[in-house]
Design a protein around this ligand. Structure first.
Ligand code: ATP
Ligand code: MG
Length: 567
């Protein structure tokens, strides 16, 4: 289920571009852009758009611009611009010198607007926003023309310059395109091009108090940048005629807008507005909380850029909205980490084991394979001694027959070490098992007995005297329902168990030099990543990226089986 990095999967947009190149359109050039609005962090849906736009450019020796769609001074911040740049770079794409801002075009956009006024195709309206909305009509009813629609070109020009000069208050006037109030497409009913907003902009400061609307700014920015293929998501399909109308009436370079279905992921919300709410309400620790579907969150969680690019490729491109199962994303990261993450041993919920017949004070350095999928990763030494830790749930006092782990009198293999047999159990006053007393078979060093005796279970372990302490954060899905965005309030279906923090975990000593952001497989447990924010040289903090297997699929299967049995 994976594609090779340099041979992307065919899709309808690739076909369109291939055809355009064959027909010699755009002088054989391909110029795309990724146009984020800097009002939030990028999420996995944006990754799909980034991979597509940068991918198409690279494949066709073209260019892809990074353009910040910064036309709304109120919601936009430098912090988001910095985060977006970091995320695009991390994902593996390079915009080179081509970092652009819609705000760089404010002057040009203003001139374009003046041209439309002069051509009698735009007018200044005094109606308030609510009135414009009320006059707009519906899908079945035509709209009503504004009483100011027939202003003369001269009057419109004077008013528009006055708007720019700050002579009116917020909302007092707007500039509208003069198209058709009875058009079937509501976007044609004299859309607003400029609004008055006395607000400082993060780049242009107080230079402007009129700001262009998205539909007006976007296509013209595409044109200014000589974009050939302007790829956007499906909700802009109805806006395409307007996109075309502006370009045609200005008679400037005309990029082709192509829409594709946005990525929706199960058990995830994707709108920046909702993600911001999660941050502001404190449901998560920030935009980079490892449970967030943001690129910053996924990175901190331990996802690799390769796995995200592969995911974006294999989910393909569609012209109709659908939902991709989050299991697919987890599959992609598992598949990549299986190849590149070194294996280590860590015990999350330690249970003490004393090997009674092991010499006091003896330490053996046993050889362990770093990555069975990658021979070049080599081996390391793991210390073995008399007192060890194993996982609490690898022992049962009264185990069923098919429990292949440890129980009284049972024998198991310790990975890379010896066979051990549980001889007795130590309990506290409350009856909890606090320690196992075991014996080992000195002949079984390396994990096999010379008499050919077999054991079914192999457990991971760490030496108590050598282990390092760690905090481990286990993440689960942030939402309990498949489509939280469809709920009246998506916050009601937050998963209360989306984060479990374990302290006092024991990890093998080789992890002492792990760098923040490093990804590892804890044998038998899953993939983990040393946190980039909270880990220090004194305190190891690991985030679980994914368990080794999909526990949700298993749970759902069990539930189905149970339902099947009871009916
Ligand atoms: P949101 O709904 O999350 O606020 P947006 O479309 O308002 O997203 P922008 O910053 O305008 O966010 O998006 C930049 C680009 O990324 C746009 O071209 C947009 O179409 C694309 N994009 C946004 N969300 C998705 C998604 N879920 N799948 C694919 N592309 C997306
Ligand atoms: Mg947008």
């Amino acid at each position: 289920m994976s594609s090779t990095e340099n041979k992307p999967t065919a899709n309808f947009i690739r076909n369109i571009i291939e055809n355009d190149l064959k027909e010699g359109k755009n002088e054989g050039k391909v110029v795309t852009r990724f146009p984020p609005e800097p009002n939030g962090f990028l999420h996995i849906g944006h990754a799909k758009s980034i991979c597509l736009n940068f991918g198409l450019a690279t494949e066709n020796s073209g260019k892809c611009n990074l353009r910040f769609d910064d036309t709304n001074p109120i919601k936009e911040e430098q912090m988001y611009i910095d985060a977006i740049k970091e995320d695009v770079t991390w994902l593996g794409f390079d915009w080179g010198e081509r970092e652009f801002y819609a705000s760089d075009y404010f002057e040009q956009l203003f001139e374009f607007a003046v041209n439309l006024i002069k051509a009698g195709k735009a007018y200044v309206d005094d109606l308030a926003a609510e009135e414009i909305r009320a006059h707009r009509g519906t899908l079945t009813e035509p709209g009503m023309e504004s009483p100011h629609r027939s202003r003369s070109v001269e009057e419109n020009l004077i008013l528009f310059y006055k708007m720019k000069a700050g002579e009116f208050k917020d909302g007092e006037k707007v500039l509208r395109a003069k198209i058709d109030m009875a058009a079937a497409n509501l976007n044609f009913r004299d859309p607003v091009m400029y609004r008055i907003l006395h607000a400082a902009h993060h780049r242009t400061g107080d230079a402007w108090c009129i700001y262009p609307m998205y539909d007006w700014a976007h296509g013209q920015s595409d044109s200014i940048e000589s974009i050939t293929h302007s790829i956007c998501t499906l909700e802009f399909e109805d806006h395409r005629p307007l996109y075309d109308w502006f370009l045609d009436n200005l008679d400037i370079h005309h990029p082709q807008q192509i829409e594709f279905a946005r990525l929706n992921l199960s058990y995830t919300v994707m709108s920046k507005r909702k993600l911001l709410q999660l941050v502001e309400d404190g449901h998560v620790s920030g935009w980079d909380d490892p449970r967030m579907p943001t690129l910053a969150g996924l990175r901190r969680r331990g996802f690799t850029p390769e796995s995200l690019r592969n995911f974006c490729d294999i989910i393909g491109l569609a012209k109709r909205d659908s939902m991709v199962d989050v299991v697919m994303l987890e599959h992609c990261v598992r598949e990549h980490l299986n190849k590149c993450a070194n294996r280590v041993m860590a015990v999350l919920r330690p249970l003490k084991v004393v090997i009674e017949n092991y010499p006091d004070g003896q330490v053996e350095e046993l050889e362990a394979i770093n990555n069975p999928e990658d021979e070049s990763a080599g081996t390391r030494k793991v210390p073995f001694a008399k007192v060890l830790y194993i996982e609490q749930d690898d022992f049962l006092e009264d185990p069923p027959r098919k429990f292949f782990r440890l129980g009284p009198g049972r024998e198991v293999r310790l990975r890379y070490a010896y066979f051990i047999t549980c001889q007795s159990v130590v309990k506290d006053d409350a009856g909890n098992v606090t320690e196992l007393r075991c014996t080992y078979d000195p002949e079984s060093r390396g994990g096999s007995a010379p008499d050919g005796r077999k054991v079914k279970g192999t457990l991971h372990w760490v030496s108590a005297a050598h282990a390092l302490e760690a905090e481990v954060r286990l993440y689960d899905r942030l939402f309990q329902t498949r489509n939280p965005a469809a709920e009246e309030d998506f916050r009601t279906c937050l998963n209360p168990k989306s984060l479990e923090t374990l302290t006092g975990c024991k990890v093998e000593p080789s992890l002492k030099t792990t760098k923040p952001g490093s990804r590892l497989q804890f044998e038998r447990l899953g993939y983990f990543c040393l946190d980039t924010k909270d880990a220090t040289s004194e305190a190891l903090v690991f985030n679980r990226t994914v368990p080794l297997r999909d526990s949700w699929a298993r749970m759902e299967k069990q539930q189905k089986n149970m339902a099947g049995k009871s009916s």
